[in-house]
Design a protein around this ligand. Structure first.
Ligand code: CTP
Length: 436
């Protein structure tokens, strides 16, 4: 393990056009002028402000970046107080890890920016959250996950407009290598294993030999097993939220092949991966990101009760899934023989997430569910309850009954327009025999 880094030598410092870098970030003018003010304050106070991590990596890869880490070697508390005496805004949140979320208010725009104190981390045991202490930029580099994330770009002296590469990050970026900084990196923080897998797939990089060594060390220390359910879930969620759906299959496959699911005490069926990914692709336009997350987790892990315990998912939800599974199991052969509107009625008895998860386990159901979610779910009468009232239907359950009757007629293809709906309602009123 590297404990200290000497002062940067010439070959580790490269001059960068700061203006070009800021343009690359494609910041809104208000954000850019806030950053410039932050640089001025850092200079005035003689503190070193810099960008670190993903933003510098992505700049060198010429890939757009969404968020950035702004780090201060100094006293972030008084720095922000001073900065906020020039700029309208407030500190929203200060974390135990010496990070701050700042809300900036300008005439045209409000935005938030995260600041981090350059810090040293001490891990008290495998997979424990670290204790952090304010420190220098060099120690802040040493606490990081992979060499490709150790590059920093200075915004104030002594390295203003300089790209610092103290641990060979540029070379690894160029060669497409994911290399942890030390053998115990994943013992201390096993979430880095998932992060490494994400970088590998996202950038199409390779793991260095050191990655495997650190991985096996983490296995030896049962680090993945010790990782809290909350952090494990958070990390798996990033497979969905930070990566493209097109990459999800590879992410799952690599995680499985490395033995990471198993060591994290998660039981999965490899054959499910492709089905799950295709299913999420099919449903992409139809579901919210929260629904997607649920289908992902329950689809991957929901079959086994051990997983529910490991992930600390609710027992109630597990039981709910099992109840609807029972219903489907008992009804599936009937279902396949039903008329369209009966099928729709059956599918709508099951809550959406449970239906979409169970479709993965019951292949016969899947194509019907897909058709339902894309087409039939959206077929609704155009006429409103108020219009029915105006036509003379009394307020109350009859309105609902007529609306579902109209929907059924639509599904049967017997009516197609609002005009036809009205005609039918009139006819029913005249006949007076439709609701009893
Ligand atoms: N980091 C780390 N270990 C972790 C999490 C984060 O060392 N478990 C460091 C890395 O140096 C990383 C930085 O903190 O670059 C910021 O983390 P994050 O914002 O999660 O990652 P990014 O590098 O910005 O990557 P992404 O593109 O996935 O957002």
């Amino acid at each position: 393990m590297i404990n200290t880094i000497p002062e940067p030598n010439e070959s580790q410092v490269e001059k960068i056009d700061l203006e070009e870098f800021l343009n690359f970030l494609n910041l809104e003018p208000e954000v850019k002028s806030f950053l410039k003010k932050a640089c001025e304050v850092a200079k005035k106070r003689g503190e070193f402000l810099y960008f670190a991590g993903g933003v510098v990596r992505d700049y060198l890869l010429k890939k757009t970046t969404k968020d950035f880490d702004l780090v201060l070697q100094g006293n972030l508390d008084t720095f922000l107080q001073e900065l906020l005496s020039y700029v309208e805004g407030k500190i929203l949140f200060k974390s135990q890890f010496l990070t701050y979320k700042v809300k900036v208010e300008t005439l045209n725009k409000n935005f938030t920016i995260d600041f981090i104190t350059a810090r040293r981390e001490v891990y008290e045991g495998p997979a424990a959250l670290p204790k952090v202490f304010p420190s220098s930029f060099k120690e802040d580099i040493l606490r990081r996950d992979f060499t490709i994330n150790t590059l920093i770009l200075g915004l104030s002296p002594p390295y203003e407009g300089k790209l610092l590469d103290l641990l060979g990050g540029k070379q690894d970026l160029k060669n497409g290598i994911i290399r942890p900084l030390h053998l115990f990196s994943f013992v201390e923080d096993p979430t880095r294993i998932f992060r490494g897998i994400r970088y590998k797939v996202r950038f199409n990089f390779q793991f260095a030999e050191e990655f495997y060594k650190a991985l096996y060390k983490a296995f030896d220390f049962l680090s993945l097993e010790k990782l809290s359910s909350f952090r494990l879930c958070q990390e798996l969620k990033l497979y969905l939220h930070k990566e493209s759906l097109n990459n999800l299959y590879s992410l799952l496959e690599i995680t499985f092949n490395l033995g990471v699911f198993e060591k994290a005490k998660l039981k999965v069926k490899k054959e499910r991966f492709l089905e799950l990914v295709n299913w999420l692709q099919d449903l992409k336009e139809e579901i919210s990101s929260q629904e997607k997350e649920k289908i992902f987790f329950w689809g991957l892990f929901g079959e086994f009760y051990e997983n529910i315990l490991r992930l600390n998912f609710s027992d109630k939800e597990f039981k709910k899934l099992k109840t609807y599974e029972e219903l489907i199991k008992n009804e599936i052969s009937n279902f396949l023989k039903m008329k369209l509107f009966e099928k729709v009625r059956f599918l709508e008895k099951i809550p959406l997430v449970q239906l979409l998860v169970l479709s993965l386990f019951y292949k016969d159901l899947k194509e019907h569910v897909l058709e339902w979610i894309k087409i039939y779910r959206k077929i609704k009468p155009e006429i409103t309850g108020k219009e029915l009232k105006d036509m003379g239907i009394p307020e109350g359950p009859k309105i609902g009954k007529i609306l579902s009757f109209l929907r059924k007629k639509h599904l049967e293809g017997k009516i197609k327009s609002k005009e036809e709906e009205k005609q039918l309602v009139k006819q029913l009123i005249e006949e007076g025999n439709f609701l009893n």
